[in-house]
Design a binder for this molecule. Sequence first.
Ligand code: HDL
Ligand code: ZN
Length: 431
Amino acid sequence: MDRKTLEKAISRIISEQPVTDLHTHCYAPAFGDSSDGTGKGLLLWGIDELVTYHYLVAEVYRVVPPNELPYEKFWAMSKQQQADHVWYHLFVRNTPISEACRGVLTTLTKLGLDPNEKTLEPYRKWFAQQNASDYIDQVMQIANVDSITMTNTVFDDHERDIWLNNQAAGSDPRFKAVLRIDPLLRDWPKAVAVMGKLGYQVSESLNQQTIAETKRFLGDWIERMKAVYVAMSLPPPPEFIYPNPADPTADAFIEKCLLPVLAERDLPWAMMIGSRLRVNPALKDAGDMLGDADVMSVVNLCANFPRNRFMVTMLSRQNQHEFCVAARKFANLLPFGCWWFLNNPSLIDEITRMRVELLGTSFAPQHSDARILDQLIYKWDHSRKLITNVLVDKYADVIEAGFKLTGEHIMRDARLLLRDNYRNFCKAGYV
Ligand code: HDL
Ligand code: ZN
């Protein structure tokens, strides 16, 4: 097979393979949406949300610094005014060449719109004619996504109330739920207070009763959400290491509460490690930073808890090689995605190449991390192209080594990489 034929075959197969998006911040319409006028809808979509994505807020503050536009003034603007500010400064006054800007261009183009408008009005007119649920179908079809995995933050009062009061919350077949529980390791006192408010007999000391009641809390919410996995975003050391002699409560929570509940229910723990939150609090969600994770902490967990499964992504480029080698040692470790600040072409290419060379096809190369529904379109368009480029080179290498590659091989690998490695690792959630 000559290289041109190979490239065309791989590109077609990768674009035709539906992807199961294993980590997003998108929500089903039952959670309310940004067009419903309440200002509390959790499903964000449309041009004003797309253009005020927190990545773009960070970037617009690089060209219009806070001494020109104080943060509080920006946050006091309406969503439309914020979007107009971002559009002018990042897409008109400057070239929209960053990955987050390029993403908006790709999304608009694939929706059949011209991304060269000088104002957002033409886009607002188009989006005003869409409705949330139909638009979800349209976006999933363009992005070729067969299932969207949510991030359901049980410690967020507004979202928790929706789960407790709205039967429809978990019923949209296009979405799967994930129990997201960061405070249980990042802010134990807050987690105890919330569980106590919900009627669980817990205290800050992790005694037998607190262990039992915390396990009941986890079980109840896994059940209520039909969670396909349980997730946490975790800080770099010294805050998160395992074991952590400086924080016996954290170790006890992991060993006596979380991992036993997950093993009983045969669900993975998704650990997203390296997020250093709010280094610039005035930027809100745009104010987070990264730090190197401690890979040996993941090794210790995989080795000490062979009945548990760990889906892991690390935020620092520095961790990626050691992390890949760790995955070679433990079948209960599934590396996934090029997360957040790694979700850029140069790094996706480097990391995916490294993973294929060390892990073959036994990993999940990407998730979208989409916060705004429309982003599914660009995040998957860009990543499919990058995964294709890596596979073209790697398949060409094995053909040169004498392997007789066929279309069936490529289709099998595409299905594993974009869908089944993740679904098979979750098991129960995708039977
Ligand atoms: O904690 C997470 O899941 C991260 O993905 C954060 O939501 C982050 O702010 C983000 O949106 N990354 O893309
Ligand atoms: Zn995320």
